[in-house]
Write a protein that binds this ligand. Structure first.
Ligand code: NDP
Length: 492
């Protein structure tokens, strides 16, 4: 059993209480490492370390170019360690090694991009209307950013926060999910190795239910960047409001993959499968609703079921596996419950529908790729986020109805459109109320392109040029150049 410590103020430490918890491998169902179980006093220590680092000239006195260089050095180290980190993630959260390797090898780009951006953040000189004053703006870091991240793509989702936040000159208090802390702690070593001053990145492990509120409401924390479920996100938002803290919230989704009658059927089948069965549906952008034009609905469903049946389920560390386990025990229970809810609501089970018993799954927490047909848009299976390999296939009759159904949930994270018509593609991309719309593709992300949710899927954007603004605040500076003292009793 491996034993991890966490990173506070440049020291690798256990929880003050000495308590730990075990992290499990979803494929074997067995514990493989112990992680410190922090309490509020550990959060206090990390917040104090982050504040000290924020005020210390070794960080606050660095030029923006030097900060950028540190980020780029970190990116080099990340590239060199990508495959090793991918293996840790697969062991801890059960996602496919092929997927995690791809993510980890691509991840340095965020640090190169935001490292390059660090010294391109500029203030403005305002051509002010008042005589005798010079007015300009400065872009300043917020201070301490609390990053709270989920278990499904642990390092990627942290990177979307850490890269712009560090480029902007903030310090970090990061709490990874209790289900996927190991890779975060391995990641922490690379910040040290890259030469970030102690306390600039602090990693506090433990249970969200025990320390989450304390982090969000902590007086030293200036901003909360959260990715997770919308209910937890709502709680974070309410708590942050009490101390008037800005937040970035990346929350859940119920994204629609819309297949029109003029789509290339084979491509659309692959797109819908990649939207819901990749990562066993445990992605915020899962295309968990397939909206299919009624004229092609039977043929499409048949082709979809046939293709999904060929998915190889099993050991996520094997290169050939296409569908891995569910990451956590509670999530396994939740996914199986939703399958029962869908059956009870009258949806027709076209594929899967139970815990996988394939010998390749061993004692792991697997759910068969599952497809429900005859789903009505109002059913819970078509409205609520399952976060598992469960697809709701819904027919529609015309474009207007497709938009109405696609937009008819509380979420608005992403959507897919499958058509050969350019005008339809453009109209749909305009009318879909979602932060990302993919046309004839699905699940593409980049460090260059903004990502975030409409409606209950979130607030703020990650990645892309504007993401750095989420971690900056603007200051207006006024300097008298007239040399005269104006009437002190009236506003200048
Ligand atoms: P949760 O909301 O349960 O947890 C997210 C993080 O919040 C974890 O670190 C968790 O810690 C922590 N947390 C738990 N309770 C609190 C609290 N009271 N205060 C502060 N933090 C707390 O989500 P999951 O980990 O289950 O992740 C799945 C969800 O994440 C899905 O709904 C998915 O849609 C969403 N998601 C959104 C993405 C996006 O970019 N929009 C991307 C990926 C996922 P702990 O794990 O210890 O409980």
């Amino acid at each position: 059993m491996k034993s991890y410590n966490m990173l506070i103020g440049g020291e690798w430490v256990g929880a003050a209480s000495g308590e730990t918890f075990e992290t499990e491998n979803p494929f074997t169902g067995k514990s493989w490492a112990t992680i410190p179980r922090s309490g509020v006093d550990d959060v206090d220590r990390a917040a104090a370390a982050a504040r000290k680092a924020f005020n210390d000239p070794s960080w606050s006195g660095l030029s923006a170019s030097a900060r950028g260089a540190l980020l780029r050095r970190f990116a080099d180290l990340l590239a060199a360690n990508a495959d090793r980190l991918a293996e840790v993630e697969t062991q801890d959260n059960g996602k496919l090694i092929a997927e995690m390797r791809g993510q980890l090898r691509y991840m340095p780009q965020w640090y190169y991009y935001f490292g390059g951006l660090a010294d391109k953040v500029e203030g403005r000189v305002i051509p002010i209307d008042k005589p005798g004053v010079f007015n300009f703006t400065r872009e300043e870091p917020l201070g301490i950013v609390a990053a709270i991240t989920p278990w499904n793509s642990p390092l990627m989702l942290a990177t979307w926060k850490l890269a712009p936040a560090l480029a902007a000159g903030n310090t970090i208090l990061w709490k990874p999910s209790e289900f996927s802390s190991a890779s975060a702690l391995e990641f922490g070593r690379l910040f040290e190795e890259a030469g970030f001053p102690p306390g600039v990145v602090n990693i506090v492990t433990g249970f969200g239910s025990e320390i989450g509120s304390h982090i969000v409401s902590h007086p030293q924390v200036d901003k909360v960047a959260f990715t997770g479920g919308d209910r937890t996100g709502q709680g974070v938002y309410e708590l942050a409001a009490k101390s008037i803290k800005p937040v970035t919230l990346e929350l859940g989704g119920k994204s629609a993959n819309i297949v029109f009658e003029d789509a290339v059927l084979e491509d659309a089948v692959k797109g819908v499968v990649s939207g819901i069965f990749a990562a066993s549906g445990q992605t915020c952008i899962a295309g968990s609703r397939a909206l299919v034009h009624r004229s092609i609905y039977p043929a499409f469903v048949e082709a979809l079921v046939a293709f999904a049946k060929t998915a190889r389920i099993g050991d996520p560390s094997s290169e050939n596996t296409q569908v891995g386990p569910i990451t956590t025990r509670p999530q396994l229970t939740k996914v199986l419950e939703y399958i029962e809810i869908a059956k009870a609501e009258g949806a027709t089970l076209a594929l899967g529908g139970k815990r996988a018993s394939d010998p390749a799954c061993g004692d792991g927490w697997f759910v068969e790729p599952t497809i429900f047909t005859d789903v009505a848009p109002a059913m819970r299976i078509a409205q609520e986020e399952v976060f598992g390999p469960v697809l709701a296939a819904i027919p529609f009759d015309n474009d207007e109805q497709a938009i109405e159904i696609a937009n008819g949930t509380i979420y608005g994270l992403a959507a897919g459109v499958w058509t050969q018509s350019i005008s339809r593609a453009l109209t749909m991309s305009q009318r879909l109320r979602a932060g990302t719309v993919w046309v004839n593709t699905y699940r593409a992300v980049s460090y260059m392109s903004p990502f975030g949710g409409f409606k209950r899927s979130g607030i703020g954007r990650e990645s892309g040029l504007s993401a750095i603004r989420e971690y900056l605040q603007e200051k207006s500076v006024w300097i008298d150049i007239s040399g005269t003292v104006p009437n002190p009793f009236v506003q200048r």
